[in-house]
Design a protein around this ligand. Structure first.
Ligand code: SER
Length: 554
């Protein structure tokens, strides 16, 4: 069976069983607390929490998804950054029994596959102190699996691997049962019974819902009896274009080109920040692995064309954007090529290539150790990791010192005003739109000054709305919380990062309730009520497309 037939069989099966088929939503979710769509349920999140679904209670979809959490695993048999997720969902319609029976019927009767085993949630396997420890064992699912005919020894009990969600800061979540075929997890059935808030506290939701997800590429691999997803018809023409012996490098390139094509089709461009940064990294990483395989210049272009061919019927938007996609890839690849050439020349010139010099090359040109080692033998390579760690510590300390234009000797007033810029930025983005980005900030002990991208003068009404919103958040007495994350994790969690300086690998992320989340060195106050009140005293132009606000507290 071909992949398009499997996709269709799934959707037809659920349509026949009373589900409304809903198209995939964009890879860019409306939920501001996540950067990309990572699961089929995301576009339905609010229907689990009481909002009425316009599609009725039971739906199914094939969703475009993008996850960077698995990026280091890409290259093995079963991990990807871009993938499609098949899923059926119910918002208060049906629950465990029908969900398990439908999944069983589809896998066993429609696809004619044998289930190796399934897993269910057991609190016994959850560590003491974990926020999911008090959730009872899923005896219902156990019984239902037994009723459909699965023997006891095919039902395994697991801990937190059988609990899913929430996506983003908060949302529905619950225990899961997972189905394994040929040793691969092919389907995850989530029973959303709880709402989890951003403090990881659980509350039962009024009517439980169902969220299932089955990675299409994995399902295709087991149906087509392939050992890896890269041997399926979703990949074979892409991989076939890439010559070379290094399977892992070929898989990484094949994975990344699909993500790159889909991300650009959604209007994302390579940048040094946010989603654009992730796109840039994927193109450059693919280009680097292309170098390792000695692929010709612009090798990504034919691969992008193949990707578009494979998906143009299912996702016509990528065909419509074909010329944009190819232009962006070519431009970025050429830009990177120049950096690479310079870097390679440097490596050739170095008389004694040690871990320490390799680290300097890595810092200057972004070449990872493995690429450098392809060109020259590195003496004393452990030195590379020692330097890297040392550097991280130094950059972290450095970032602590420079934040938003405030020096080390920051007074209490300055700390307050600086915290207020976070509220201001979030409020501007809510009232004027997400195009608003911090372009600069200057703080004295009397006032804050904040420059941001916006094309026209703010109206009196807009100024008032922004002020009111900041004051409302001050009154709400929100807590300001700090987390340490890797830059990628921070960006993925939806944190804003608008300073132009180079970020260290580990960054501080400051959240103010659910309202604001930014990468920042700090320090900050601990609760918004300390700010008392906020007033904008001036709004003026500060260059083309940039506005400037001056504001005071109290
Ligand atoms: N949301 C779950 C997952 O992503 C099931 O769809 O695995």
């Amino acid at each position: 069976m071909k992949s398009y037939q499997i996709r269709k069989l799934f959707l037809d099966f659920f349509e026949k069983n009373g589900h409304k088929i809903v198209p995939s939503s964009s890879l860019l979710p409306s939920d501001p607390s996540v950067l990309f769509t990572t699961a089929g349920m995301q576009q339905f999140k609010s229907y689990y929490l009481g909002e009425k679904s316009p599609y009725g209670s039971d739906v199914a979809s094939c969703q475009k998804c993008f996850r960077t959490t698995d990026i280091e695993e890409v290259g093995d048999e079963k991990h990807l950054t871009f993938f499609e997720m098949l899923g059926n969902f119910s918002f208060g319609g049906y629950f465990k029994e029908k969900a398990i029976k439908l999944a069983y019927e589809f896998i066993v009767n429609e696809l004619k596959l044998d289930i190796d085993y399934v897993t269910i949630f057991s609190s016994e396997k959850v560590a003491d102190g974990d926020w999911r420890k008090n959730i009872p064992e899923d005896k219902d699912s156990y019984k239902i699996w037994r009723d459909v005919g699965l023997p006891e020894n095919k039902i395994r009990k697991e801990g937190i691997d059988n609990f899913w969600g929430p996506t983003g800061d908060d949302g529905p979540c619950g225990v899961t049962t997972e189905i394994y075929v040929n040793g691969i997890e092919v389907w995850n059935l989530v029973f959303n019974e709880y709402f989890c808030n951003n403090r990881r506290e659980l509350k039962k939701i009024d009517s439980p819902g169902l969220d299932t997800g089955s990675g299409l590429e994995r399902l295709v691999a087991v149906v087509q009896e392939k050992n890896t997803i890269f041997e399926t018809d979703l990949f074979e023409t892409i991989i076939g274009e890439i010559s070379g012996q290094d399977e892992r490098a070929k898989r990484i390139i094949a994975d990344h080109i699909r993500s790159v094509v889909f991300l650009i089709s959604e209007g994302i461009l390579p940048l040094n920040l946010g989603r654009g940064y992730i796109l840039r990294r994927l193109i450059r990483r693919a280009a680097r692995y292309g170098k390792l395989l000695n692929l010709p210049k612009n090798f990504l272009i034919p691969l992008a064309k193949k990707t578009i061919e494979i998906y143009k019927e299912v996702y016509p938007e990528i065909k419509l954007k074909e010329s944009d996609i190819l232009t962006v890839i070519q431009y970025e690849e050429e830009k990177f090529e120049k950096t690479l050439e310079r870097g390679l020349r440097e490596i050739e010139k170095i008389p004694n290539l040690t871990g320490e010099t390799a680290f300097l090359i890595y810092e200057t040109f972004g070449f990872p150790l493995e690429l450098i080692e392809e060109i020259r033998k590195v003496e004393n390579r452990e030195e590379f990791f020692v330097m890297k760690k040392k550097h991280q510590e130094i950059s972290r300390a450095g970032a602590e010192k420079k934040f938003g234009g405030v020096g080390k000797e920051a007074t209490e007033e300055v700390i307050k005003l600086h915290t207020a810029t976070h509220l201001l930025q979030a409020a501007l983005r809510k009232i004027l739109g997400e195009h608003v980005k911090q372009m600069g900030s200057d703080i004295t002990s009397q006032r804050l000054r904040f420059d941001f991208s916006h094309n026209q003068k703010m109206t009196q009404e807009e100024i008032k709305k922004v002020e009111d919103l900041v004051n409302k958040k001050i009154e709400e007495d929100l807590e300001i919380k700090k987390e340490e994350l890797s830059y990628e994790e921070a960006i993925e969690s939806g944190a804003l990062a608008f300073f132009k300086e180079k970020y260290p690998e580990i960054v501080n992320v400051y959240s103010i309730g659910d309202f604001s989340k930014e990468i920042c060195g700090g320090p900050h106050i601990s609760r918004t009520s300390e700010l008392k009140g906020f007033r904008i005293i001036k709004e003026e132009s500060s260059g083309a497309g940039i506005r400037r606000i001056k504001a005071v507290l109290g």
